[in-house]
Design a binder for this molecule. Structure first.
Ligand SMILES: O=C(O)CCC(=O)C(=O)O
Ligand SMILES: [Fe+2]
Length: 198
């Protein structure tokens, strides 16, 4: 299935997606990319897969305005307080969406070998129909979505430097998403997903 892409609303069935390619201008995006690469408290986490302990193919850091932990894919992360830069971005997203997010999950994809597999952000603590705002910085990576029950429904978009993708409504209930590996020689990419834990 082909969907024509425009800035703003992306109309796919059972989902509610919005994409803002120039959410941060290039200068601001460059500056945040450098700052976050160097100053966020990146950690390597490990997951158990078929009895083996393996490193996740990315580095992660969890930030929040409170001390609520976030549990996903069998990891329970304790948050660090928002930095000044994260608070600024959160307030810019609040202006756009009206949502005041409590948590920011940061992921660092060091190169094309780093990735995130198919999943939905449908943890109980996010509530029903959560709104998630995803800011991308650095290398452009392909973001794929597939419908959970209708295998004909697929969608992909390139998440650009400084862009914001908003997933809301029934998106997490009906769709999974992933960030696949790529063989291209690419520089690091940082993704910040702002969420509210209730
Ligand atoms: O890196 C991305 O764009 C996706 C991240 C994601 O899906 C998540 O953190 O749940
Ligand atoms: Fe996700």
């Amino acid at each position: 299935m082909n969907f024509e892409f425009k800035s703003g609303k992306i109309t796919i069935p059972d989902a509610n997606l919005e994409y803002y390619p120039n959410f941060l201008n290039n200068e601001l995006a460059n500056s945040y990319y450098k700052t976050f690469l160097n100053t966020l408290e990146w950690e390597q986490y490990y997951i158990k897969l078929f009895g083996k302990t393996i490193p996740q193919p990315r580095l992660t850091a969890l930030y929040a305005i409170n001390s609520e932990p976030y549990t996903y894919s069998a990891l329970k992360l304790q948050p660090i307080p928002f930095t000044e830069e994260l608070s600024f971005i959160n307030s810019k997203i609040l202006e756009l969406t009206g949502s005041n997010f409590t948590h920011c999950l940061a992921n660092l994809y060091r190169d094309g070998n780093d990735s995130m597999g198919w999943h939905a952000d449908d943890e109980k603590e996010l509530g029903k129909n959560p709104i998630i705002a995803s800011l991308s910085l650095g290398a452009v990576r392909n973001f794929q979505l597939k419908h959970k029950t209708d295998s004909a429904l697929k969608y992909a978009l390139a998440l650009e430097h400084g862009s914001l993708l908003i997933m809301k409504g029934s998106t997490q209930e009906f769709w999974k998403h992933q960030l696949p590996k790529t063989k291209k020689e690419i520089s690091p990419r940082i993704n910040l997903t702002f969420r509210t834990i209730i």
